[in-house]
Design a protein around this ligand. Structure first.
Ligand SMILES: [Zn+2]
Length: 132
């Protein structure tokens, strides 16, 4: 068990190192709008650990097909959860087989789409395309 925890920590450190890319809030919004338009629902992010690509819209699309979305991290996710942006699409993986969060176990800052401190917060990189 300890070996698994240690391996996970090493992988996590490597992932964190790979995603070190400081970006200002202004540049973050500019990049997001250029890629996906002004509607945040369509902003897609790629999990740093498993590569799952997700946006608010893509998770809702999965729900439309299956009636719900199961996440390893949260269990059953409802439409209300997604509409409230909880969990945070930009930094918490919602893949059924992954529970990675970009900010780590204990978040040092809380960010939402409305007030993101990208320079101090960890978010997933943008995904170019999303498959649901
Ligand atoms: Zn993931």
């Amino acid at each position: 068990m300890l070996i698994l925890v240690y391996a996970r920590m090493l992988i996590s450190m490597q992932v964190r190192k790979d995603m070190e890319q400081e970006i200002s809030k202004e540049d973050f919004y500019k990049q997001g709008e250029e890629l996906f338009g002004k509607d945040f629902k369509n902003w897609a992010f790629c999990c740093s650990s498993c590569g799952f690509k997700q946006s608010q819209a893509s998770i809702v699309e999965i729900m439309r097909k299956d009636g719900f979305h199961l996440s390893k991290r949260y269990g059953k996710i409802t439409l209300a959860n997604i509409q409230e942006l909880k969990p945070r699409i930009e930094s918490e993986c919602l893949a059924p087989e992954c529970d990675y969060a970009a900010y780590g176990l204990i978040p040092s800052t809380f960010c939402t789409y409305g007030g993101m401190q990208v320079g101090n917060s960890f978010v997933f990189k943008f995904a170019v395309e999303v498959k649901s």
